[in-house]
Design a binder for this molecule. Sequence first.
Ligand SMILES: [Cu+2]
Length: 520
Amino acid sequence: MLKALWSLCVLLLASFGAGAQPAGETVRLPTFSRVAAATSPTFQDPPVIVSQHGVAFVQIFAAASGSGTPAFVYEGSFGVAPTVRVNPGDTIKFQYFNYLPSGTPTVMNMTNLHFHGLRVSPLPGSDDVLDTLAAPGQILNYSVLIPANHPPGLYWYHTHPHGETNLQTGEGAMSGAIVIEGLQTHLPVLATMTERILVIRAPLGAGKIDPTIIRRHRLWTIAPPGQPPSACANGPDTAHTLTVNGYVVPTIGIAPNEAQLFRVVNATGQRTLDLSIPTETLYIVALDGVPLDTYPGSPSMLAVRHIVVPPAGRVEFVVYGPPQETPLMTSCYYTGPVGDPDPAAILAWLRPPGGLQREARPVALSPLRVNPLPRNWLSTALPPPAQERTTVFSENAAGTQFFIDGKQFTPGEPPRFIIKSGTVEEWTVLNETNEIHDFHIHQVHFIVEAINGLPLPPPYFWYDSFIIPYQTKNADGTTTPGSLKLLLDFRDPVIKGTFVYHCHLLDHEDKGMMATIAVK
Ligand SMILES: [Cu+2]
């Protein structure tokens, strides 16, 4: 039925870009085969689309459930988003059909796609979120050329219509993973491991949780060491349910000592994750899609007990199967006096697969064989910054309006900064509010030089999303803004055009915390 409707709509409604009018046709919503956030006993990878002859062709729909929740539809299944796997040099072609019901003044139901973290052109037809929008009934065609020297790693796609990004991506879970291949070539030891893609979302709704899962929660202290769970001062998140690939607390099969590669994207609207597997070490190999050792002198692997992943961030790590059933969990993350709740929660259970209790022979991670990465701007040492800038994140007292440099984003506004392509810039990002924000810039990656004035010495890692700390109150009653000092890389000639930076707590972005820059 979807296919028939699709053909009909292709005939009726091919259009592209801003300003095109909805066709005004009334279309019947199809019956979808299953809903997101169902409880699953076992972990499931999303369906996969692999590039063929240099092209990955992806056809997805935006549609709404009976209650009006927007979601992707892939091959007739509601709430399903395929993982797109391509090689550097390939092209991803997305055909995206807005099948949402006609908009209203309060919910316009416009939609589009952003290819988060990819170092690709920001022009219309590629990764443009400013002028490329589909009204209900319209189709968008994207052709995103991945440069031949693109870093291998985990990226993602999600919708980005200003004003309704949280409704669609945060609460409606309209997101999917993109893998740029090559990490296993760079670190051959990974090639022998089972790979798991984990898209963590927090859609709206209480969800259904198996009571046996609640019982098992009690076996673990889901709070940072020394703190009871109730100490998570921002309280519980009663509005959303954390899911992994659309499922609530799935079980991941892993034999004791078996090494697996977990590739995790935080696709939630506003949940900062502090990930850990309590008995195990996480061996990180990539952050925000970039192999750890990309910047000259940085290590290939970093052993940690936990890792903070802000909304939109990615982490890729090796973990060994624990000796007994153990959770993949997030600990309480304090988001500031007026911040969103980020309580501790169990995301998934790690358990030996049925009947296979036998220990695996552990794969040795040391000495680590390393093949060279593609040479690109991120692997080239940074020159001194050509320009210093300061940008300020703020909000009104009611938390209903959010600003960058005192302005709420308005479509069509002139760029905040004009940046010279080929340069590196040093930005001081200030947070003058009592909650964290999540700095994200499209197209480019950055290095964090300092947090709240404290220098972060090498090794340097590249990020595209990073928490800006909340402001602190001084003894004399004054406040000191939270701050990040960043080095942003505008050297890649592919990245020319007008694009945005914003808070990736998506309701903040919707309420104005976004600005444009033009790279020329
Ligand atoms: Cu924010």
